[in-house]
Design a protein around this ligand. Sequence first.
Ligand code: RTP
Ligand code: MG
Length: 137
Amino acid sequence: MSQRTLVLLKPDAVRRGLIGEIVGRIERKAEWTIQALELRTLSQDTLEQHYGEHQGKPFYEPLMEFMASGPVVALVVDGERVIEGVRALAGPTDPIAAAPGSIRGDFGTIVRENLIHASDSEESAARELKIFFPGLF
Ligand code: RTP
Ligand code: MG
């Protein structure tokens, strides 16, 4: 089942020089193709649209501040079961719970600074791709 997903390398990944490491893990999957890749600083408006579902939660404000603290790398990745697949490469949200071998397990520190975002369903992917790459798809 071919799918398309939105991936963000969060500001901690960019600051720590992990772009190549993380993109490499995605790129090496033979069944997947990177369709777009861009370094950019996210506006408050984009972040509100992207993380709107978390508004009102205790971690929302610090999350927004963190996500605006430096550039991110936004990617569009296509391929076989790529939505589930990138989530599996990332590991669980909390790096403490993430197994070695996963991106968050290998490099994660605290739950907020967990290096990578990946769409969690086909509905989320469609919504997020429109926010980050309007007009592209
Ligand atoms: P994401 O949306 O970034 O791909 O991560 P996720 O699905 O694994 O986690 P989600 O529950 O959607 O949370 C979004 C992001 O908010 C930060 N977070 N902080 N308790 C906390 O301090 C807390 N909980 C979540 C993380 O950056 C998480 O990825
Ligand atoms: Mg999420």
